[in-house]
Design a protein around this ligand. Structure first.
Ligand SMILES: Nc1nnc(-c2c[nH]c3ncc(-c4c[nH]c5ccccc45)cc23)o1
Length: 333
């Protein structure tokens, strides 16, 4: 019962710091779901005074903030909701006072873990979707974040087909900047793939930090398999320890998906015949055969470096940012 009192005591939504937000989400993930059943009002911590207007301690859904099923930018049928992230449905949100448009991910409280928020709150970079606040209401944790209104790279490829090389270079550069930042803090994203890269008018950002971990030293011994099979590196599949280089391999497979419209392997090993690709990833050489036929020489050698089987020999984000493939000489120079 003291949890209920505490919940009502801290009830209400308030502005706070990242530290306040982290202690709030830890408090949430330690609460019995029962204690949260009868809360009379929403509670949470918002980081951004200029974007989100709390009124009389309230930030009510459908009053102070409206949630919309996302108008899918590329008219693909879909349920109107953004494909499920690691555990949540992503809506478009708009603050009714400031008109600020945000993404709002709803995570059922029973699936919520503080890690979902920790990394996005602690690590801020222009190529990582900014976290604006966290709020609990009606059985769901609402995570308010920077919105990629252009949708994800997966929606773009599924709707408009393979991307041209200059578009791929633009996306790869932004992802590498985000990865360089995360990797410099020994943080592994673990789920780099087209649906976790979202587009704005002037940049691309990484989303979904539900599988993210921070390495204590320069190796991470996994307890479970994290990520999405098609984009997994051989060392990750082996489960004998890996490091940040696994994200670089996943970027390589993501580039293959952007330039061909399909993840690696599936054209040569149809999903109908192969329920799992883990064995193929383990046994086969990296999927260089799946690189687009019209891929430039520079991009091909970039991919050879990103898909290098041996993570020690594989290029880092820092090295790849200097690669000529993503710094093409300007035609007019
Ligand atoms: N799993 C996850 N965790 N955080 C996010 C997220 C934060 N900001 C966002 N902005 C846009 C989209 C998005 C994904 N597919 C889309 C298709 C159409 C329109 C928008 C989108 C997703 C996000 O996603």
């Amino acid at each position: 019962d003291e949890q209920k009192d505490y919940a009502n005591e801290i009830g209400g939504v308030q502005y706070g710091t990242v530290t306040d937000l982290l202690s709030f989400v830890n408090f949430l993930s330690n609460m019995q779901t029962s204690a949260l059943q009868h809360l009379s009002k929403e509670m949470g911590v918002l980081l951004s005074k200029k974007d989100m207007a709390i009124r009389k301690g309230r930030y009510q859904v459908s009053m102070d903030v409206l949630l919309f099923p996302w108008k899918l930018t590329y008219k693909n049928p879909g349920s109107g909701l953004v494909p499920k992230g690691s555990f949540g449905k992503v809506h478009l949100a708009q603050d009714t006072m400031t008109r600020k448009r945000m993404a709002c991910k709803l995570i059922p409280i029973e699936n919520f873990k503080a890690a979902d928020v920790e990394f996005q709150a602690r690590f801020r970079h222009e190529n990582i979707a900014e976290l604006y606040g966290a709020m609990f209401w009606d059985h769901n944790v609402h995570l308010f974040m920077e919105a990629g209104e252009g949708g994800s790279v997966l929606e773009k490829v599924d709707s408009c087909g393979p991307m041209r090389e200059f578009e791929i270079i633009w996306v790869a550069k932004q992802v590498l900047r985000g990865l360089e930042y995360l990797h410099s803090h020994n943080v592994i994203h673990h789920d780099i793939k087209p649906s976790n890269i979202v587009l704005m008018s002037d940049k691309a950002v990484l989303v979904d930090f539900g599988l993210t971990v921070q390495m204590t030293e320069d190796i991470y011994i996994p307890r479970d398999l994290r990520g999405t099979e098609m984009y997994m590196s051989p060392e990750l599949v082996l489960c004998r320890g890996h490091n940040t280089k696994t994200d670089i391999y996943s970027l390589g497979t993501t580039i293959i998906h952007m330039q061909t419209g399909s993840p690696p392997w599936v054209r040569r090993y149809p999903r109908t015949a192969y329920p799992s690709y883990l064995y193929i990833i383990h046994k086969q050489a990296p999927p260089l055969e799946d690189i687009a036929a019209d891929c430039s020489v520079a991009m091909r050698s970039f991919l050879e470096r990103a898909l290098e089987r041996n993570p020690t020999l594989r290029s880092s984000a820092c090295q790849l940012l200097k690669d000529e493939a993503i710094n093409p000489p300007r035609e007019d120079q």
